[in-house]
Design a protein around this ligand. Structure first.
Ligand code: AMP
Ligand code: MG
Length: 402
């Protein structure tokens, strides 16, 4: 039997076409780390809002060297001097303090020839504007500082605060449920009986979804049983925007996921992609409801298909795009055997040489070799074809979700 499989690119397009961005909600700044903006952020006013000193020193009128100036007051950060500076006067000033009316420059402490309690002697000429930060130098009032779709890291939170906002409108976080199917699965740390394996996909998929901006509950295990599979998926559909199922999606006698999804009214969008690893990938959606991904159970296939299909979907639900690979392309550091019919996603470590980024496969690429993901920087996409792709050939990179 030979059917034409859809390409990775086609599958990604089908996934993105099915996504309807989630709504938004107001989030206090101290809870907004990692959230995605659903609004542009504009500066409420000029930042800095007032002319301020860049140095500890003395606010003065610009003028020649060799002056003796009388100290008449002090302007501290948060406590501006009420005085208007007159010719022949200096006002002691701290970094960030408001420049008093009448002053046009600040002489740094270290540039004062001598200073007493009551007067200072200037050493060098000072020109107007020296060591003064003008209002709006950082942000101009009403100008956009961050655009909708930006993910808020620590630095962005600082910019929002400086712009004058204490809360933001952020995209609602997708609610993701991870279901791991397989009678052979035991929870991490449990002793294994004959033929059993540890459920490594559970922490991986939960972690990947969390890093992609989702709210996740602990992953659930489903036995290879029709009724339990259907009941588990039904419950997940009720409380989730996205359901990610690992394993049980193939066509073996103990694979119950596809019939269960059909019984629950989740419409198939695609089944099987021309991809290695990751061919038996299923994607569908319930009318106006949750998106469902059926990912192959082998851990590497799970992570590869999450990276290529689920991560872009979660980003689109949040109104943004998933992080790209470190470089768009790289040259192969070794020959790679091609797959005649399927595009390969090879886990690679990237090394920068003078002229190019070079991609080296991370050892054995079997879909069960979880350690091939450790230390990998990206996926190198090897187009289908005969023979080998030679060392030095340029290949596209895709982001490996982490
Ligand atoms: P399946 O897709 O259910 O046919 O599983 C394919 C392979 O992946 C089998 O060797 C499973 O034992 C393995 N596998 C399935 N689920 C998991 C999981 N959650 N963690 C680790 N390996 C798994
Ligand atoms: Mg299975």
């Amino acid at each position: 039997m030979s059917t034409t499989l859809i390409t990775v690119t086609q599958a990604r397009e089908l996934v993105l076409a099915a996504v309807r961005p989630l709504g938004s909600e107001r989030v206090e700044l101290d809870a907004a780390l990692g959230r995605v903006l659903a609004q542009d952020i504009s500066a409420a006013g000029d930042v800095p809002a007032f002319a301020s000193s860049a140095m500890d020193g003395y606010a003065v009128m610009a003028g020649d060297t060799g002056r003796t100036l009388t100290i008449v007051g002090e302007s501290r950060a948060g406590s501006p001097s009420p005085l208007r500076l007159q010719d022949g006067e200096a006002i002691r000033i701290s970094t960030g303090a408001a420049v008093p009316d009448g002053a046009t420059a600040v002489i740094p402490q270290e540039n004062i020839a001598s200073s007493g309690e009551a007067a200072i002697a200037t050493e060098a000429a000072v020109v107007a504007g020296e060591n003064i930060r003008a209002p709006g130098e950082d942000m101009r009032a009403q100008t956009i500082v961050l655009t909708a779709g930006t993910q808020l890291g620590a630095v962005e939170l600082g910019a929002v605060a400086a712009a004058g906002a204490g809360s933001v409108t952020a995209a609602r976080m997708p609610r993701v449920t991870v279901l791991c199917t397989g009678d052979e699965l035991r929870a991490p740390g449990e002793p294994l009986g004959p033929g059993e394996i540890h459920n490594s996909n559970a922490p991986m998929l939960t972690g990947l979804a969390t890093h992609a901006g989702a709210v996740t509950a602990p992953a659930q295990r489903l036995p290879d049983d029709h009724d339990a599979t259907e009941a588990g998926i039904a419950a997940a559909l009720e409380r989730s925007d996205v359901v990610i199922i690992s394993g049980g999606v193939s066509v073996g006698p103990h694979d119950h996921v596809k019939p269960a999804l059909a019984a629950l009214g989740v419409d198939e969008v695609f089944w099987s992609v021309a991809l290695q690893p990751g061919k038996p990938t299923w994607f569908g959606a319930r009318d106006g409801g949750a998106l469902v991904f059926g990912l192959p159970g082998n851990p590497v296939s799970t992570v590869v298909t999450f990276s290529l299909f689920v991560a872009p979907a979660l980003a689109a639900l949040l109104g943004t795009t998933a992080a790209g690979p470190p470089e768009p392309e790289a040259v192969l550091g070794t020959d790679v055997l091609r797959n005649p019919r399927r595009e390969q996603a090879v886990r690679v470590r990237l090394q920068r040489s003078n002229s190019a980024t070079v991609a080296f496969p991370t050892g054995d690429q079997g879909s069960h070799i979880l350690t091939s993901l450790l230390g990998a920087d990206a996926l190198a996409m090897i187009p289908p074809g005969e023979g080998t792709l030679a060392t030095g050939t340029s290949v596209a990179l895709r982001a490996l979700a982490r």
